[in-house]
Design a protein around this ligand. Structure first.
Ligand code: ARG
Length: 397
């Protein structure tokens, strides 16, 4: 009888390397690995070789940077997606994409199982499990790290016994996840919320530039298309902006976060491009969206970010909210000027052909076109019920 197969999401790190052997031994199945490049700066060939040396049946390595941007980051930009208003969701956005490709490769290879290296305490297990189940309810999921009861020492022992190379990065006590949209760091000393994060955890944000400078981002229907007037594909634009803003130390986030599984955890992020782009995008929306739409959108943005964080990417609720967000972007076209200073930035200018800002209405100078006489009647009607309520002896002064 043919052996069953499992497709494992493989990062090349110790946990998922151990998982390859563990799956073979515990489940007596053939292992296919899937590694995706979403801008985390990995060497795909090296990882492919590593998987093959560990005896996998096939090792898929896919560059999905374009798709990650197009189908996940752009929708998040349009929605100004920030969990608890501070975390731009880099890790969370990548999980549904990984789930999608696990399913795809499983189908192509007639695999009965998919597997991932998430622990049993985080959000990522939820995101991948829900993503897989949404797309292929029939597939079975194995999460080796959630199942095995290895201590750190036992895991290393297992690795040595099975000739699994132990990466040097294992020496560092942090758990790090990285892609184009940001870098997430947790563990070690960071688990003490009182301790300031040590400087050496940071990789993308270092203060190298102390002279203030200006940059300009141009958006078209909510999507960044130019940096400093030069057209760029979004992968390039994000990479460049991560470097520029990162060199001012911009993009650090220190967050006590509410995980879906109930734990409060201390998370550090580096997300220079994400923070600058979202703040600039909001500033452009402030200029072009009518007030009630702008206010309502901000409320829905919080919900949207929650759904993404909770792993409900493929849920009809997220999709319905997305349709709303997409519709709002029709006139979010124009440019935003941003001033970069050490450790911080601010929006200092915005311009759009769809701007609703009318200088002759807004000005305090002579000759404004705004009708202050109409204001009197407007206030009367706007406050009519308020007035009626007060007449019945509402409030004491
Ligand atoms: N707390 C973040 C989230 O749930 C980041 C998780 C990062 N994962 C990691 N292995 N460091 O989205």
């Amino acid at each position: 009888m043919e052996r069953e197969k499992v497709v494992l999401a493989y990062s090349g790190g110790l946990d998922t390397s151990v998982a390859i052997k563990w799956l073979m031994q515990k489940y007596s199945i053939d292992v296919i690995t899937l590694t995706v490049d979403i801008g985390q700066g990995i060497d795909l060939n090296e990882i492919k070789n590593k998987a093959e040396n560990l005896g996998v049946e096939k090792a898929y390595v896919l560059d999905l940077r374009e798709e990650f941007i197009k189908d996940y980051i752009i929708p998040a930009i349009k929605s100004n997606a920030m969990y608890e208003r501070v975390y731009p969701l880099a890790t969370a956005l990548s999980r549904p994409l990984i789930a999608k490709y696990l399913v795809k490769v499983a189908k192509e290879n007639g695999a009965k199982y998919v597997a991932h290296g998430c622990t049993g305490k985080g959000n990522d297990q939820v995101r991948i499990d829900l993503g897989v189940k949404a797309l292929a309810p029939d597939l079975e999921i194995i999460a080796p790290v959630r199942e095995w009861n290895f201590s750190r020492e036992e895991e290393i022992e297992y690795a040595i016994e099975n000739n699994i190379p132990i990466p040097v990065s294992r020496k560092n006590p942090y758990s790090i996840d990285e892609n184009l949209w940001g870098r997430s760091i947790e563990g070690g000393i960071l688990e003490d919320p009182w301790q300031e994060p040590p400087e050496d955890i940071y990789l993308w944000t270092k203060l190298e530039n102390k002279e203030p400078s200006y940059i300009e981002i141009t958006f078209e229907k909510g999507i960044p298309v130019k940096l400093n007037g030069v057209e760029k594909d979004l992968v390039g634009l994000i990479e460049e902006l991560n470097k520029i803003a990162g060199s001012y130390g911009i993009g650090r986030i220190d967050h006590i976060e509410n995980r879906l599984v109930g734990i409060k955890s201390r998370e550090i992020y580096e997300a220079p491009a994400a923070l600058v782009i979202i703040k600039a995008h909001e500033a452009l929306e402030d200029l072009v969206l009518p007030r009630e739409l702008a206010h309502f959108k901000r409320m829905l943005e919080d919900k949207y970010a929650e759904l993404v964080y909770y792993g409900l990417w493929f849920d009809p609720f997220r999709e319905a909210l997305q349709a709303f967000m997409d519709k709002t972007q029709e006139r979010v076209t124009g440019k935003v000027k941003i001033k970069l200073i050490p450790w911080s930035f601010s929006i200092v200018g915005r311009d759009s052909p769809y701007s609703l800002y009318d200088h002759s209405l807004a000005t305090y100078d002579k000759g404004s076109t705004f009708s202050t006489e109409s204001a009197v009647g407007f206030i009367k009607l706007f406050g009519l019920q308020n007035y009626l309520y007060a007449l019945k002896g509402g409030k004491n002064a």
